[in-house]
Write a protein that binds this ligand. Structure first.
Ligand SMILES: [Zn+2]
Length: 165
């Protein structure tokens, strides 16, 4: 077992990368901090998608404090590419983008409805005196009910519309 080396701290097995590549895991192995032996799948998918030498190059080009994040994103991207060979993580991004678009449309519709309801409320408060309720107390309770019951507000509005035209 030549590839199992003895480190200063004691006996250590090669990292997941060196194990898969069947090479000696040096003490300064660039993969060792991010690809522990007990998580072999992480390096396997990254190696399959990017290739070990590219991963090595990408890590070497980064300062130490950014390598952990780079490995996380590479593992994420590689897993997405394995799951979806056509779109990879772009598939996830575009499906989330579609959800955002859909929700923004719903939000715009809801906001338009709020404006519409406020306009109705405003026009029933500032209606001409002959159409106004006999007492201001009745108007107040009518407004409160309308806010909590959309069907009722709808009916009232229809009544008011036919009343005014
Ligand atoms: Zn190693």
């Amino acid at each position: 077992m030549k590839d199992i080396i003895i480190r200063k701290q004691g006996i250590a097995s090669p990292c997941a990368a060196c194990k898969l590549l069947r090479r000696r895991c040096a003490q300064d192995c660039v993969f060792a901090p991010y690809f522990p032996a007990d998580e072999p799948h992480k390096f396997a998918s990254v190696h399959k998608v990017f290739g070990a030498s590219n991963v090595n190059k990408m890590l070497q080009e980064l300062p130490d404090h950014q390598r952990g994040d780079a490995v996380s994103s590479m593992v994420y991207e590689a897993n997405a590419r394995v799951r979806d060979p056509v779109y990879g993580c772009v598939g996830a991004i575009s499906s989330l983008q579609q959800q955002i678009d859909m929700l923004q449309t719903q939000l715009a519709l809801a906001q338009a409805e709020i404006v519409h309801m406020r306009m109705r409320q405003f026009s029933s408060i500032s209606g001409s005196p002959e159409n106004a309720s006999p007492s201001s107390k009745d108007t107040q309770s009518h407004q409160t009910r309308s806010l909590f019951n959309m069907d009722m507000a709808e009916d009232q509005a229809n009544m008011e519309d036919s009343f005014w035209h």
